[in-house]
Design a protein around this ligand. Structure first.
Ligand code: PNS
Length: 191
């Protein structure tokens, strides 16, 4: 019997309940779904790839047909490597459509045999993005119910560390002057 494998590529920095909603929907229509985290050396993420992988693995532990992986380079090359037939992407609102269409058509040009499948997350997540979650968390707002609890805990840990850096407090294994490092302080404020 033909089994259809799909990849769900993205940055997932951090993974949100919107991502989880899409993973659940995808797991129902594909035989196998691989959540594929892009390792992008040009980006300065809030969470390391290893952290994001751990969070996604914990979030998807209940799905038998979902796994988590990381990749570098072109999404289509990765899809080919793992013998996936489709790329799953979420569309929240019309504003996502233009970019997603561009990407899907470019991917089709690169690899005509690969289909992009768009799914819509639940309406309650239609305004949700990793970028907004990062921003709200950094500014001290509540991210309850927007991300799984384990992600919320990780985000709070990150913010605590960032505040300590910003205030020049001593962190375990660091001297006070390391805590006050200008570049780290800037990074903590801008990611
Ligand atoms: O979660 P994101 O940041 O919206 O995901 C974007 C992602 C990772 C799917 C996209 O940037 C991507 O596919 N990057 C890999 C490089 C690539 O294939 N670029 C050409 C896309 S048309």
């Amino acid at each position: 019997m033909k089994r259809i494998k799909a990849i769900y590529p993205g940055s997932f920095d951090p993974p949100t309940n919107g991502h989880l909603d899409l993973i659940e929907r995808g797991s129902k229509i594909f035989d196998e779904l691989v959540v594929a985290i892009l390792r992008n050396p040009e980006k300065d993420p809030l969470f390391s790839v290893a952290d994001r992988r751990k969070m996604l693995e914990a979030m998807t532990a209940g799905f038998d047909n979902v796994s988590v992986d990381t990749f570098e380079g072109l999404t289509v090359d990765y899809a080919l490597r793992v013998e996936a037939k489709a790329i799953l992407r979420g569309i929240r609102a019309i504003s996502d459509y233009e970019y997603e269409l561009q990407m899907a058509l470019m991917n089709r040009k690169l690899q005509p045999g690969l289909e992009t499948v768009f799914m819509m997350p639940a309406e309650k997540y239609s305004y949700l993005s990793s970028r907004l979650v990062r921003e709200v968390a950094q500014l001290g707002g509540s991210i309850e119910r927007l991300v799984p609890e384990l992600v919320e805990v990780k985000l709070h840990e990150k913010m605590d560390v960032a505040h300590k850096f910003a205030n020049g407090e001593q962190l375990p294994g660091k001297t006070p002057s390391e805590g006050k490092s200008k570049s780290r302080k800037k990074k903590a404020q801008s990611t």
